[in-house]
Design a protein around this ligand. Structure first.
Ligand SMILES: Nc1ncnc2c1ncn2[C@@H]1O[C@H](COP(=O)(O)OP(=O)(O)OP(=O)(O)O)[C@@H](O)[C@H]1O
Length: 603
């Protein structure tokens, strides 16, 4: 029975009648002859992204894609076992493979470690022709090539950093009618900049040998590919689960009729607490790869080495040979701790990583979630640990501002629109960071629930089974109305002229008579000591809540050459108005110790 005919809702591509042509890659429409690649300079039509009307077809709940009646099913299952060593498919893998092999454009959202690679490597293996994989990180590409070659699957990659002779050898092989490669990996920059590559792809396509175009976690404008290779199926994969990513990617790629598969972001293995501490560990630094972070990665690695651990460090400023060396050491278990910035490719596939430890604050929940995805990819127990301090927020915020300033369009001589654009990016990045701070500050709610909520998924925290720190604490929660203290803190920021840091405001609020307080005559302010009755932690939690909820803004002021950053608090008048007028109340949930609980009950 033809499973493709069962459902009339699916919009079939005109060029492929169901799966009959599954083994026939795109038909030639190029003018390039069969014997080689034209050397005439390539006419690159300027690609102008335009809004396309997209027909999203939900694939996840469509039983047709999980059918085992496709002509390729037997081959698929045999190779999954024999070549990849898997006994079954993970959620949505079979479905995605069936959809892409039926010739559709497919968009896949799968969390890190969900098994995205198999969804194109297995089709690449069993379909004739070459699968083009566009992936943004060279370290990830190298890792994938290493695994493919180990499994005897011929694969190559082209990058601008390679010797020209090496690149030519690969390009020559692509020209051959019996091209041995099943997969060719390139970076998005290579596609954007290399005419030679595009000409070779046109030639491959002309000979019916461009099997599939895979875009792995590359959120960039590659619409030119769909325009040039209209009939070649595109498979776009991402682990980034923000609400807009599907639209952004599908639009940027120009996938008009596309089947969408979305997996849950819940990564069960990373929520299992580990009991062992002698296993593979990744120690992550913050997302921004600054000199300071690179220095930290190196220093931390050295300290751990002194303590007798087999440790290496990895950051983006190391040269390519050094990086591959560390990657090989890691893959071969010659080191068991990696201290890295995010330059350590997020896709590097080491199944038995037992810990991902964040040494400092990630700049977004998405980033944190993906970085944690390095742990427990083999489905076994793993732990994710985040070291958090509110002062990290100031430092990371400063890095974001600095990074933005370095890329300022004014310095590049661009116009006002770009300036607005960069302001928007800064605003978005700051908002992402604040969400991460809010997640870290929350010591009450189930972490799994908080993460999934962020990705728009529902989760019953009763199912957490005490796998997160908050659920595993024995605690009694009470709700506390802190509106009065919040109002006072906002007022104090104003009274002191909006020139002081949060720690100074807290000191004044709790009645400190330090030299600094006296120097600024803040002991004479009417609210000096108004928060004496509060514990320091409690007062600072209220203040941080005011920042997270945008009643107050932390204005990062300056940094010195040692990386120290100071901040001043400012009042966001429009939000503060609601607080002062009594329109908005602030209630915090707190966990209480027994003595505090008794005090609370009899208060
Ligand atoms: N069907 C399967 N059965 C068992 N293991 C699998 C299966 N599919 C994939 N894996 C394993 O799961 C791990 C993660 O797979 P993969 O690297 O493809 O994840 P990913 O979704 O690409 O993650 P990332 O976004 O982090 O790159 C790998 O070790 C892979 O061998």
């Amino acid at each position: 029975m033809d499973p493709m005919r069962l459902d009339a809702n699916v919009h079939l591509r005109n060029d492929l009648n169901g799966y009959e042509k599954w083994n026939a890659p795109s038909i030639s429409f190029s003018s390039i002859d069969n014997f080689g690649v034209s050397s005439v300079p390539l006419e690159r039509e300027p690609y102008i992204p335009s809004f396309v009307e997209v027909n999203y077809i939900e694939g996840s709940n469509d039983p047709k894609w999980s059918s085992t009646n496709f002509p390729w099913t037997k081959k698929l299952e045999a190779n999954n076992k024999k070549v990849f060593g898997n006994h079954s498919f993970r959620p949505n893998q079979r479905e995605v493979i069936n959809a892409t092999m039926s010739g559709y454009d497919v968009f896949v959202l799968m969390p890190t470690g969900g098994g995205k690679s198999l969804t194109y490597q297995l089709p690449a293996l069993i379909c004739p022709g070459v699968t083009l994989v566009i992936s943004p990180l060279v370290s990830l590409i190298q890792d994938q090539i290493m695994h493919l070659l180990q499994a005897n699957i011929p694969a190559a990659y082209l990058s601008a950093n390679m010797e020209w002779t090496e690149q030519q050898e690969i390009l020559r092989e692509l020209c051959s009618d019996y091209c041995k490669y099943k997969l060719l990996y390139v970076t998005p920059e290579k596609v954007a900049k290399s005419d030679v590559l595009l000409r070779n792809l046109e030639s491959l396509n002309g000979r019916g040998l461009l099997a599939r175009i895979v875009i792995d976690e590359a959120h960039c404008e590659l619409g030119i590919l769909k325009k040039k290779f209209e009939k070649t199926p595109v498979l776009a994969l991402t682990a980034t689960a923000t609400a807009s990513v599907k639209e952004d990617v599908v639009q940027a790629l120009g996938l008009v009729d596309c089947i969408v598969f979305c997996n849950s972001q819940d990564k069960k293995s990373a929520w299992k607490t580990s009991t062992s501490s002698s296993e593979k560990i990744i120690l992550m630094n913050v997302e921004l790869s600054t000199v300071y972070q690179e220095w930290t990665a190196k220093k931390v690695a050295e300290k751990l080495q002194e303590c007798g651990h087999k440790t290496a460090f990895y950051h983006g400023n190391m040269d390519a040979a050094q990086r591959s060396f560390v990657q090989r050491q890691w893959s071969k278990d010659e080191v068991n701790i990696i201290c890295a910035t995010v330059a350590f490719g997020m896709g590097i596939n080491k199944p038995d990583v037992r810990f991902v430890i964040h040494h400092s604050l990630p700049k977004s929940i998405e980033g944190y979630h993906q970085e944690c995805g390095r742990a427990g990819r083999d489905g076994q127990r793993a732990s994710c640990v985040l070291y958090y301090s509110y002062s990290d927020y100031i430092r990371v915020k400063h890095m974001i501002i600095q990074g933005q300033a370095e890329q300022s369009p004014w310095t590049a001589g661009c116009g006002r629109n770009n300036m607005k654009n960069s302001d928007r990016i800064l605003e978005k990045n700051t908002e992402n960071l604040l969400r991460m701070v809010s997640y870290s500050e929350n010591d009450v709610d189930c972490r799994r629930l908080l993460q999934l909520l962020h990705f728009g998924e529902k989760f019953d925290s009763g199912n957490c089974g005490n796998t997160c720190d908050n659920c595993s604490k024995i605690k009694t929660l009470v709700e506390k109305d802190v509106t009065e203290s919040a109002k006072q803190l906002v007022e104090l920021v104003k009274l002191s002229g909006q020139h002081f840091s949060s720690s100074h405001i807290l000191e004044v609020y709790r009645g400190s008579l330090s030299q600094f307080v006296k120097r600024h005559r803040h002991e004479s302010l009417s609210l000096h000591g108004a928060g004496k009755h509060l514990a320091k932690g409690e007062a600072s939690r209220i203040l941080r809540h005011l920042v997270i909820e945008d009643f107050l803004a932390e204005d990062v002021k300056k940094s010195d050459i040692y990386g120290s950053v100071s901040s001043v608090l400012k009042v966001n008048e429009s939000k503060a108005y609601n607080l002062r007028s009594g329109e908005q109340r602030i209630v915090l949930r707190c966990s209480l110790s027994l003595s505090m609980l008794l005090e609370h009950m009899f208060h």
